[in-house]
Design a binder for this molecule. Structure first.
Ligand code: PEP
Ligand code: MN
Length: 362
């Protein structure tokens, strides 16, 4: 099933259409001074879109849940005095009503809300006939269909200025990141809806300042369209997400360090070298698939043997042995442990499926 969306360009008057589109501002609007000071500094660096959370979806109710609508006039000041566009998160009809009344230019749907189709539908219904750009953060769980569903709901209500925000995904195990980037999910979104801009949110992916550049650069190398980065005039004193926010100076430094590569190749020699290399890759991929076929044929033989001798399919010690050996081998060949574990988990799963099939054959 294809995804059919009617999209309008996600561009703003006075902002050049070139990449990256940058949005910056604090996690939360805290005081009028903090909002104005942060916006002023960011605006001095030429950034035109100001983000600030007014209503904050926090994990525990004892955390700072935002100033609420009393902060909206502050964003209005940012717009009027600095000529910036303002953006905030909305999660229900009341938020939308207040945000629109205060002249907010762009709204976003947070990760926890995207995960709830009832909430998204309610938001979509209330936006019928309203021509406002809407950014949709990925749902907290890595489910590209759920993300697409939110775009479809909004689009059916006539919202056409849509963009995605990639903010990473919750996982139980501890990783380097607060929210695992799982780049394959936004890449799949791009494959299914090529015209939908993708804005990466390194702040919520990283959860700390030190990794922000690396994630921003990766987003640019994947030809994504923009960045939304939490920026605060005094990050250490921020009332929410303090560890991941940076100062406007740091933001400026980060953006100036980004290397922007071109996505289109206009030079013929370049193109033919690339073609050759791609051809070489295709040949290896063909061989990989053929090898998988041969490997699974052996798995089926093993399955049959186990069936005839009444042995269980899974022998945990054998699997552990395979994995250990391959991790050592991978290290010698310059392949990461993470990669080799993923590949062998997938192979092992497929192998078990083949064996199970043989076992269950009459
Ligand atoms: C935010 O942008 O401050 C926020 C709450 O983000 P998310 O919905 O990605 O957690
Ligand atoms: Mn935040």
């Amino acid at each position: 099933m294809g995804v059919e969306l009617k999209l309008s360009p996600f561009t703003f008057e006075g902002i050049p259409a070139e990449k990256p589109l940058v949005m910056a501002g604090p996690c939360s609007a805290e005081t009028e001074d903090q909002v104005m000071e942060t916006a002023r500094q960011i605006s001095n660096y030429g950034i035109k879109i100001f983000r600030a959370g007014i209503w904050k979806p926090r994990t525990r109710p004892s955390a700072f849940e935002g100033v609420g609508k009393e902060g909206l006039p502050w964003l209005k000041r940012v717009k009027e005095e600095l000529g910036m566009y303002t953006a905030t998160e909305v999660a229900n009809v009341k938020h939308i009503y207040d945000a629109l009344k205060a002249g907010i230019d762009i709204i976003w749907i947070g990760a926890r809300t995207t995960a709830n189709p009832f909430a998204v539908q309610e938001i979509a219904d209330s936006l019928r006939g309203v021509d406002i750009p809407v950014l949709v953060k990925n749902p907290i769980n890595p489910d590209v269909e759920l993300w697409i569903g939110a775009f479809e709901r909004l689009n059916r209500s006539g919202v056409t200025k849509l963009a995605a925000i990639h903010r990473g995904f919750s996982i139980y195990s501890k990783t380097l990141y607060r929210n695992n980037p799982q780049w394959e999910i936004p890449i799949e979104l791009k494959r299914q809806i090529p015209d939908l801009p993708i804005i990466t949110d390194p702040s919520h992916i990283c959860g700390s300042r030190d990794l922000l550049f690396e994630i921003s650069q990766r987003a640019m190398d994947l030809d994504f369209d923009g960045l939304i980065i939490e920026t605060h005039c005094n990050p250490d004193k921020a009332l929410s997400d303090a560890q991941q926010q940076i100062t406007p100076d740091e933001l400026h430094r980060l953006l100036s360090r980004l290397i922007l590569r071109k996505a289109d190749i206009d030079n013929n020699t370049l193109l033919s070298t690339l073609e050759e290399l791609r051809h070489e890759i295709d040949k290896y991929d063909d061989r990989l698939v053929e090898l998988f076929e041969l490997r699974m044929a052996v798995s089926r033989k093993i399955g049959l043997y186990k069936k005839q001798n009444n042995i269980t399919i899974l022998q945990a010690s054998r699997w552990d042995e395979i994995l250990k050996h391959r991790i050592e081998q991978a290290a010698q060949k310059g392949l990461s442990e993470e990669f080799i574990i993923k590949v062998f988990r997938a192979i092992h799963e497929e192998s078990i499926n083949h064996q199970t099939k043989v076992m269950n054959e009459p």
